[in-house]
Design a protein around this ligand. Structure first.
Ligand code: SIN
Length: 551
């Protein structure tokens, strides 16, 4: 990263409030953390950049993976997760996830979630890529995330948790010895200005801010997925890992070469029900590429599509669900059918154009499955965290499950014992990137660090990022600058890691280093120093707690 030459002042705090725990983000992980902490009697303030529940969870179509079928068992779910994770999963974390997933689903039902029932009245189970059994529960057909969000937002409101909507987390407040003791926040007005800034002093801050899909020009993630939490955590001194492991979803509706921002996802569950990928002449492209064909892990499907597009010069392939029957498709996937129709395509009657786009970010703040990070007082759960559960490539529908499991564990930890707290010292200015460069950063990342990368492109990306201008010191910080700065930080780490990792593994594919190499069965872990320099080290893949890398 270029050395910081200018820094803009943080908006001054006009008020101070005390609480036990601040939770940042209102997807599944944030909401569940807040609900469980409130049930344990903790005072919680939930801060969310947009409206309550507007995070990535609300957009999730697939569902939640959990061992619930009579033909399934935990070892199979663990094995499928490890295979997808391509050698970078922490097996202890995976086993914990798998063993606690059924209870997380049950709790969701107790809180009122209406899961789609099967013929026996119990939750129907479906299959997605990489799963050897039917183990995905879903709701509203393809509206699983919306039901999770509805349920947990409702639970939050009935518990009287303080919620600050349209409020941005600007900076962690730290004590003289570096522990996190609260958060500087500000309300985001209609124009993106930061107003009415204040300090939330707390014994713990839990980041549940989601991923960084918008570091790419096109993504299935909603607009808020800009890596703010990850960047804030880095500035607070934590380490982040696996940033190069960005999962591209193979079937994002293709609406033209220049489409940018959030795109329509066509769930893997559509292929789970029997739809197939075909080329322009109707020939299937997945048989022969992997024994699971269209239901191969999504890194394999995305890479196969990318290779096909490169070889043929086509801009997209087609997803054909017509053999499933129009009525079934309309009933099972009402939201996707609606979204496709709005874009001019009828999934029930014709193949629709699809191409891979950035979907889920496996990397993030190095944390264990209880949310502990290397900085006292700072916790991370859900997509913002890198717990080792997903490794180099997340298994489909393990993400909301992970968010709920980690949230419950983190809340239990903080219910039992809060960190020391302490009085924060005044937060300094922050380096901010010129927001007019946001689109250029995303375009360069898409061009040079997509499904398939190589050293030349990644070197170009890193060099370009190093000369992106900083904001002048007299420019007021606003949401656009905050988000662009986070995206620049993420892109820089992504380029650094992808360039260093001279192999192909999971979601990281290098055309100039096509094989998986045993010496790279390690995480790339980064921190940034005060001048903005990136420091990268390798960490063995093993329990994060055992590795002594968390507080
Ligand atoms: C999908 O429905 O295909 C996405 C599910 C997931 O990302 O786990």
């Amino acid at each position: 990263m270029s050395t910081v030459v200018a820094a803009v002042p943080l908006p001054a705090a006009g008020w101070v409030r005390r609480t036990d725990v601040v939770v940042v983000g209102s997807g599944a992980a944030g909401l569940m953390t807040a609900v469980a902490l409130a049930d344990a009697g903790r005072r919680v303030t939930l801060v969310t950049k947009g409206a309550l529940g507007a995070g990535s969870t609300a957009w999730a179509q697939g569902g939640l993976a959990a061992v619930l079928g009579s033909d399934d068992d935990a070892d199979l779910h663990v094995a499928d997760t490890l295979v997808a994770g391509a050698g970078l999963c922490d097996e202890d974390a995976v086993r914990t996830l798998v063993e606690e997933a059924p209870a997380a689903v049950a709790l969701l039902q107790e809180l009122g979630a209406r899961l789609d029932p099967g013929p026996d009245g119990r939750p129907a189970l479906t299959r997605e890529g990489g799963h050897s059994r039917d183990r995905i529960v879903h709701a509203g057909g393809d509206a699983s995330g919306a039901e999770v969000t509805r349920t947990l937002s409702g639970a939050l409101r009935t518990r009287g948790v303080e919620v600050l909507e349209h409020t941005a987390a600007l900076e962690a407040l730290r004590t003289a010895d570096g522990a996190v003791a609260g958060l500087r926040v500000a309300r985001v007005d209609g124009g993106g200005a930061l107003v009415d800034a204040g300090d939330l002093l707390a014994r713990a801050v839990v980041l549940a801010t989601g991923g960084y899909g918008h570091v790419y020009a096109a993504t299935s993630a909603p607009a808020g997925a800009t890596g703010d939490g990850l960047a804030l955590a880095l500035r607070a001194g934590v380490e982040v890992a696996d940033v190069e492991m960005v999962q591209f979803h193979p079937t994002v509706l293709w609406t033209g070469p220049g489409a940018t921002g959030q795109q329509v996802l066509v769930s893997e569950a559509v292929r789970g029900e029997g739809a197939v990928l075909v080329d322009g002449s109707g020939r299937r492209i997945m048989p022969g590429a992997h024994p699971l064909a269209d239901l191969a892990p999504r890194d394999v499907v995305s890479a196969t599509i990318a290779a096909h597009l490169r070889a043929t010069g086509a801009e997209h392939v087609w997803l054909d669900a017509t053999t499933l029957g129009a009525d079934f498709v309309a009933r099972r996937f009402p939201g996707i059918v609606r979204a496709c129709r709005a874009a001019g395509f009828d999934l029930t009657r014709e193949p629709v154009p699809v191409a891979p786009a950035a979907h889920y970010t496996c990397g993030g703040v190095l944390a264990d499955l209880d949310g502990r990070t290397s900085v006292e007082g700072l916790f991370a759960v859900g997509e913002v965290a890198c717990t080792g559960v997903h490794g180099a490539n997340r298994l489909a529908s393990n993400s909301i499950t992970e968010g709920l499991v980690a949230a419950r564990r983190c809340a239990a930890l903080l219910a039992a014992d809060l960190p020391g707290g302490g009085e924060p010292v005044e937060a300094g200015p922050v380096a901010a990137i010129e927001p007019t460069r946001r689109a250029a950063i995303a375009a360069a990342t898409s061009r040079n660090a997509g499904v398939v990368r190589d050293a030349d492109g990644l070197t170009r990306l890193a060099a370009g990022l190093a000369v992106v201008p900083w904001c002048p010191a007299d420019r007021p910080l606003d949401l656009a600058a905050l988000e662009t700065t986070a995206l620049h930080t993420v892109a820089t780490l992504l380029a650094t890691a992808a360039l260093a990792r001279t192999e192909s593994r999971g979601a990281h594919r290098r055309s100039d280093a096509p094989g998986t190499r045993p010496e790279w069965e390690v995480r790339l872990v980064h921190r940034i120093d005060r001048t903005g320099h990136v420091h990268t080290r390798r960490q063995p893949v093993r329990s994060l707690v055992a590795a002594g890398s968390v507080a």
